[in-house]
Design a protein around this ligand. Structure first.
Ligand SMILES: [Zn+2]
Length: 127
């Protein structure tokens, strides 16, 4: 789902809309906002076999439900409180990684490719 940005050409006020040709007005100048060519892409949920839950998931609520059940099962089995949450793989901070950690990782991968220890194809085949 795309999110369209609109901007006031007088004061720079910005607003977002889900509608591409929405007619929005500036809250202070009351003039029509112009569409700004910035947008965020919010990926939709794709049906897939989820390796974390070991089941097929067709929507987000089903996935959250499966994670809740997996959390309960692991809590019961281990006696340690579990609370599995979906994470954005690009949200490095969620994994406790800093920007420097990510840069170091890229450097290590690039060096492995340069040194011929691994091919780019081998890297993309890692699942
Ligand atoms: Zn304005």
């Amino acid at each position: 789902m795309a999110l369209y940005g609109y901007r006031c050409s007088h004061c720079g006020y910005e607003a977002d809309s889900l509608i591409r040709d929405d007619e929005l007005f500036c809250i202070s100048c009351h003039v029509s906002l112009k569409r700004d060519y910035r947008f965020n892409v919010q990926p939709g949920f794709q049906e897939h076999f989820n390796t974390s839950t070991g089941r097929y998931v067709s929507n987000r609520s089903e996935f959250n439900d499966q994670l809740r059940r997996a959390s309960d099962a692991h809590t019961e089995y281990t006696g340690i409180e579990h609370n599995f949450k979906p994470v954005d793989p690009y949200d490095h901070a969620a994994f406790g990684l800093s920007d420097d950690d990510v840069a170091d990782g890229r450097e290590t991968f690039n060096r492995a490719i340069t040194d011929g220890k691994v091919t780019p194809q081998e890297l993309t085949n890692v699942t």
